[in-house]
Design a protein around this ligand. Structure first.
Ligand code: ADP
Ligand code: MG
Length: 279
């Protein structure tokens, strides 16, 4: 079967970055249709870069990336991926309503001088309904709470009737109740629309409740079978770069390193052989 999303040995360095300062290094990844993958990693780990490549927003990477067997750019043009970018503040400055926000994505494939076709309008209303913001449809988006805005952005991402939903740090600024509702919402979308879901986040809470499978990304990618397999040790491993900045070098025992290094072939098992096992 064609993978929903597939990366083969994808490496990327931003233009102007120092030589060797790769954002992604030989990242291989396969997400089956209908799967829900969470990618957990520290700030600067390459999570947003990974999604931007999948969205066809970054070129010039090495290796191969495909979305349902197509180059990412084409998949985006065909509306196969719905995307919730990490930064949405800029859009809040526009005094547009919830409905207009959702419609702005759904109308992408309609020539701008034409009225949206009835099926586009129906898709917009369905998306608004599905995420539960119908009572807010005429409100300006600048007046919403964090959780409400998140739902609107998800409505916008699914309004193109995509087959994959890609979410970048979706739970930042959302409280505990909002996080639970968010996980429920993703469960509903997964069930009702058969969506493949990819969430990248540094926040484990945003991932654990909503995904079937988890990978850790800190420039290179390490796989785990289930969120339940995410132990404190694995997290310590994934976040050791960040923690080192605060506490100095971090030692993680060999067992944890081998768990996190489960499916990786490219070195970078820093911490292996360290001495601490007290979690
Ligand atoms: P994450 O989303 O996991 O925090 P990013 O994908 O945003 O990580 O960043 C990965 C690396 O690439 C970081 O070192 C970051 O500083 C660098 N980077 C990100 N965006 C740019 C950019 N537009 N130009 C140059 N470097 C960038
Ligand atoms: Mg990011």
């Amino acid at each position: 079967m064609t993978a929903a999303l597939e990366f083969k040995e994808v490496s990327y360095t931003y233009p102007g970055a120092p030589p060797g300062a790769m954002a992604l290094e030989r990242v291989s990844l396969r997400v089956e249709p209908g799967e829900r993958l969470g990618v957990l990693g520290p700030n600067g780990g390459g999570k947003s870069t990974l999604l931007k490549i999948a969205m066809g927003l970054i070129d010039g990477y090495s290796g191969q990336a495909t979305v349902f067997g197509m180059p990412p750019r084409r998949a985006r043009r065909d509306g196969l991926i719905g995307y919730l970018p990490q930064r949405i503040e800029a859009e809040l400055a526009f005094p547009i309503s919830v409905r207009q926000t959702v419609a702005s994505a759904a109308a992408l494939r309609t020539a701008p001088w034409r009225r949206p076709a009835p099926d586009v309008r129906a898709r917009v209303e369905r998306a608004i309904d599905l995420v539960g913001v119908a009572p807010l449809a005429d409100r300006p988006i600048g007046k919403l709470s964090g959780g409400q805005l998140q739902r609107v952005m998800i409505a916008r991402a699914i309004a193109t009737a995509p087959r994959i939903l890609a979410l970048d740090e979706p739970t930042v600024g959302v409280d505990a109740v909002g996080q639970r509702r968010f996980a429920d919402l993703l469960g509903t979308l997964h069930r009702e629309l058969g969506l493949t879901i990819v969430i990248v986040s540094h926040d484990i809470r945003g991932i654990a409740a909503a995904c079937d499978r988890v990978a850790c990304l800190a420039r290179t990618l390490h796989f785990h079978d289930s969120p339940g397999g995410l132990t404190p040790r694995i997290l310590a491993e994934a976040f050791s770069h960040q923690v080192e900045g605060v506490f100095g070098e971090v030692h993680i025992d060999a067992h944890a390193a081998s768990e996190c290094a489960h499916d990786h072939h490219h070195g970078n098992a820093h911490g292996a052989g360290g001495a601490r096992a007290d979690d």
